[in-house]
Design a protein around this ligand. Sequence first.
Ligand SMILES: Nc1ncnc2c1ncn2[C@@H]1O[C@H](COP(=O)(O)OP(=O)(O)O)[C@@H](O)[C@H]1O
Ligand SMILES: [Mg+2]
Length: 280
Amino acid sequence: MDVNEIIHETTERKKGEMIVFASAKGGVGKTIISVNIAVALAKKGFSTCILDANFQFGDVNLALDIQPKLTISDVIHDVESLNSDMLANYLQKHESGVKILSAPLKPEYADLITTTAIETICDKILEENGFLIVDLSSGLSEHNISFMEKADKIMLITDLEMAALKNTKTMLKTIKALELEEKTKIIINRGDMESVIKFKDIKNILNIEDLYFISDNFKVVSKSFNIGIPFVISKPKEKISNEIVNLATQFYRSNSLLKGRRRRGRRKKTGLFGVFKKSK
Ligand SMILES: Nc1ncnc2c1ncn2[C@@H]1O[C@H](COP(=O)(O)OP(=O)(O)O)[C@@H](O)[C@H]1O
Ligand SMILES: [Mg+2]
């Protein structure tokens, strides 16, 4: 199946694929990777939206050099009557074609976003876009769990630092208890960074077979973030850009919609404590 057929199928069904980028610890590369993946998908011709779900300290705008005019805080005022045409007014378009739904302008506004609003907003975005990429905050807040439950894929990101790996292992246990393990994959970002732990050790540490590798390239990544131009645009020939493009290619090749699989179950809200009580 070629790209045009995939685009055609995805558009015809009017339901996109939702991929969330999560991590146990901050600073491991969620924003960098999710933004560049979104741009890579848009460059391939897929209608792609990125939602900045780091509701307190979102920086997707920074990574794309966009000044947010409207944010998700504005959408929630209209959420009851929201339709996809209205939603389009809240999305800002990047030159790559990626549409952005920005995080609130102030951290305190994060608390006003309900999980029901999240559900409605994601549904409306998915009606009109081939891909919804979500850049989460770190950890397992109720917001993050509701995004993870709704997603088709959860990409859990870590680097080779001991603290990140230890917390990723713990987070994987919770993901298992929430029965989200099947759709979770691990990205080892900076997989060749200086560390006592090596990429080849990770399978044993995390007890997981499927790992994606993104290389360490501080010069390219940090410059790209600071000037607000994703490296898949500014440095398309770099190894790290190729790795991102390959990952994006796997996303549309494995698009679960095309295989008719789609599960969007809702968990009774019990909080993390309830999850573990139930799974004992
Ligand atoms: N592959 C990489 N190589 C080098 N530096 C990276 C890489 N990925 C991320 N970084 C650096 O790590 C920092 C944190 O990345 P970011 O995407 O903001 O993490 P998160 O969103 O998980 O908090 C960035 O400032 C970036 O420069
Ligand atoms: Mg981030």
